[in-house]
Design a protein around this ligand. Structure first.
Ligand SMILES: Nc1ncnc2c1ncn2[C@@H]1O[C@H](COP(=O)(O)OP(=O)(O)OP(=O)(O)O)[C@@H](O)[C@H]1O
Length: 302
């Protein structure tokens, strides 16, 4: 049974349709990132997945079960939901003890709190935690019981840079354990290379569902080749500018800057090799996932 299967899922709140005809699957051991601007429908999608919301139509299956009508399947899930909050009077240790009891996990709570960097605050009341500490505690609760599927909604919100790298380590450790991971984030810089696939949701619809290489390809750019030259070779520049996948060629006295898709990169390099251009340096830069995504949104919503 695949960990997650959405089939033609629509969700309406009174007269507002928030999620429209969503169809996608997440297979075992995949790490999938859900992207989308504010209000796109990401948290609603996660609410449907976690069984907190019932679809208006279509089916949601988690390990083959409906998470709303068959809540027992939720025991295989670990979730850090949007809007997670603590019980202010309970300590970090008491939170983890409570979750562990529900999960039948009798290991020492200090293990999980240490993993999320809260060892020093283990016996402090969570109401006194900072925003980032609360997020860390939420992450510890999501990890309790070694879930098969980890669902993280904006896990880096409020985390300092050290916390972001801790999150990255945790995702890597969970991947090594074989956990299937679904993460929604506006800040991808620290995990984009750990994601196998990206699902972009816009206005409640899946607009993109593929790898980051495909996202860059579809965004129309993705690679910037900068060539430092002794003199500007016009025929070479004219040839490059007409090549498929090349979106932009800029020249100043000593540098040619070429923006192209990943699949056009080999042809650009081959054209440089074939030419008599005397270059002193060449730099190939990959566009970040976020800027490819921004470009994708910009192009896709024109
Ligand atoms: N209970 C509700 N009743 C009515 N509208 C709702 C409800 N929950 C969410 N919405 C609306 O659904 C849309 C999608 O919200 P959602 O929280 O899923 O977006 P999101 O992609 O997670 O946004 P963000 O990135 O800001 O967290 C928004 O327009 C929101 O106002």
């Amino acid at each position: 049974m695949v960990p997650v299967a959405f089939k033609n899922v629509t969700k309406q709140f009174s007269d507002t349709t928030v999620v429209v005809d969503l169809t996608f699957e997440i297979t075992t051991g995949e790490t999938v990132c859900v992207l989308g601007p504010n209000g796109a429908g990401k948290s609603t999608t996660f609410g449907l997945l976690l069984g907190a919301l019932k679809p208006s139509s279509g089916t949601v299956a988690v390990f083959g079960n409906d998470p709303f009508d068959e809540p027992s399947v939720r025991s295989r899930l670990g979730a850090l939901p949007d809007g997670f909050d603590v019980y202010p009077r309970l300590t970090g240790r008491q939170h983890v003890q409570y979750a562990a009891r529900l999960n039948g996990d009798d290991r020492d709570p200090a293990r999980l709190l240490d993993r999320v960097g809260l060892a020093a605050a283990i016996d402090k009341r969570a109401g006194k935690y900072s925003l980032g500490m609360k997020r860390r505690l939420g992450l510890a609760l999501a990890l309790s019981g070694d879930p098969d599927l980890l669902v993280l909604d904006e896990p880096s919100a409020g985390l300092d840079p050290v916390g972001s790298y801790m999150l990255r380590d945790i995702i890597r450790e969970e991947q090594d354990r074989g956990t299937t991971i679904l993460v929604a984030s506006h800040n991808l810089e620290y995990i984009d290379d750990l994601c196998d696939r990206f699902i972009a949701i816009l206005d409640g619809r899946v607009q993109f569902n593929d790898t980051v290489a495909a996202l860059r390809e579809q965004a129309g750019t993705g690679i910037r080749v900068s060539i430092s030259v002794e003199a500007c070779p016009d025929p070479f520049v004219e040839r490059i500018a007409t090549m498929t996948g090349v979106s932009n060629v800029k020249i100043d006295s000593s540098r040619i800057r070429i923006d192209c898709t990943p699949s056009a990169k080999p042809s650009v390099i081959a054209a440089l090799d074939d030419s008599n251009v005397r270059f002193t340096d060449i730099d190939i830069e990959e566009q970040s996932t976020m800027s490819a995504f921004r470009q994708f949104l910009h192009e896709g919503t024109q």
